[in-house]
Design a protein around this ligand. Structure first.
Ligand code: UDP
Length: 377
């Protein structure tokens, strides 16, 4: 007789949502994580009153009302709006691509009509039909000038490949608009949980047994029948001991510094778009909460993090799945194996080899709740 109804592998967002709902539905759950903390990659750690996003900046944005209402049950969200700056050779530009960017790049451009005409002229000069790669996609969207300054260097650093060898889909995430609006996201709702993401996930996991620093394989080697069902949010290839080969990822390296100054860059995110600068962005974490501590008072110090893109090799932290044809084909084979599992269900970014925004990860967890527990969220 298994001790638990569900073993949930991974205490990140997917695992926490599922564990919360399963517990609420009367199931006995055990959540494990190999790390020494909950919250997966949205983990925040408090340093000098600042909630530091330890695995990269996470800004919650969604147009899904049910997801927004759900997260608000576990945290109070502030009204942070992401408006990053792009730094290129001593100049700064607003992101995403909008009228502020166009007017700075082309000083003669002031109105949307002028911007559209300028971009149309640049696109015509390229003679591109249906874009077949990221370079063509970017050129067709914003023209040569912006591509050279704000896309090419950043993208090639981020992905370690030429823009012509990358799928057009990567850049489709980025808004391009003809209004003076610096909001990076087009979504209806946006904000940061006051007090950090870790607290939000801890709330989801209230009343759930959690064991940290536990390896799934070691646990089930000792207790193979520990749970009736398993929700596995780890890497799908690792589950199968990489027997069909390894799925590839793009990794990141973070270097953080505590600085004895109140404000380092005046904004949460500065992208560094030149190829020659080795990092892609600097995050100044306190700006996610307007520079204020838990008591509402200004904080005297600041923490910044430089984000360096990195090649991934087995054993490194996986961040971005490399969803090219070769890896997708390998994933499909693992997914076939997974479909034959009776009592193990694969979920989340690592389990599904998908680059999820947080809201999409939660929406996918809701689907899992529906199929597993019959509960509609
Ligand atoms: N991108 C760019 N210039 C920028 C920011 C982004 O060319 O200043 C491109 C780049 O190819 C990147 C993609 O847009 O991989 C998606 O960017 P996003 O900010 O959505 O990436 P994330 O924050 O999820 O890493």
């Amino acid at each position: 007789m298994p001790q638990y109804d569900y073993l949930i592998v991974g205490a990140g967002l997917t695992g926490a949502v599922f564990a919360h709902e399963a517990t609420k539905a009367g199931k006995k759950c055990l959540v494990i994580d190999r790390r020494d903390h909950v919250a997966g990659n949205i983990y925040t750690q408090e340093v000098e009153g600042i909630n530091v996003h330890k695995y990269g900046a996470h800004i919650f944005h969604t147009s899904l009302a049910n997801v927004w209402n759900y997260v608000n049950e576990f945290a109070e969200f502030n009204n942070f709006v992401n408006s990053p700056i792009a730094y290129y050779k001593g100049e700064v530009y607003n992101m995403p691509f909008n009228m502020n960017t166009f007017a700075k790049i082309w000083p003669e451009v002031v109105t949307p009509e002028q911007a559209r005409a300028k971009i149309a002229e640049q696109i015509a000069a390229e003679g591109i039909g249906e874009p077949s790669n990221l370079e063509e996609q970017a050129l067709s969207l914003v023209g040569r000038d912006i591509f050279e300054k704000l896309v090419k260097g950043y993208t090639e650093k981020q992905w370690g490949r030429d823009c012509k060898e990358l799928p057009a889909s990567i850049i489709k995430r980025l808004p391009c608009r003809f209004t003076y609006d610096n909001n990076y996201f087009n979504d209806r709702y946006q904000g940061i949980p006051v007090g950090g993401y870790t607290k939000m996930v801890e709330r989801m996991l209230e009343g759930v047994e959690v064991r940290l620093g536990v390896e799934y394989k070691e646990l089930v080697a000792g207790e193979p029948d520990i749970a009736a069902r398993t929700i596995y949010c780890g890497p799908i290839d690792a589950f199968y001991d990489f027997k069909l080969g390894e799925l590839e990822w793009r990794s990141l390296r973070f270097e953080s510094e505590l600085l004895d100054e109140a404000d380092h860059q005046g904004v949460a995110v500065v992208n560094y778009n030149e190829r020659e600068v080795p990092w892609t962005r600097i995050i100044e974490h306190k700006h996610f909460e307007f520079g204020l501590g838990a008591d509402g008072q200004p904080l005297p110090k600041t923490v910044i993090t430089r984000e360096y893109p990195a090649d991934w090799k087995p054993g490194d932290e996986p961040y971005y799945p490399l969803n090219d044809a070769k890896n997708e084909a390998l994933y499909a084979k693992y997914a076939d194996l997974a479909a034959q599992e009776g009592d193990v269900v694969f979920a989340g970014r690592l389990g599904g080899y998908k680059y999820y925004d947080m809201d999409k990860a939660i929406a996918a967890a809701f689907d899992l709740v529906k199929t597993e527990l019959g509960v509609e969220l």
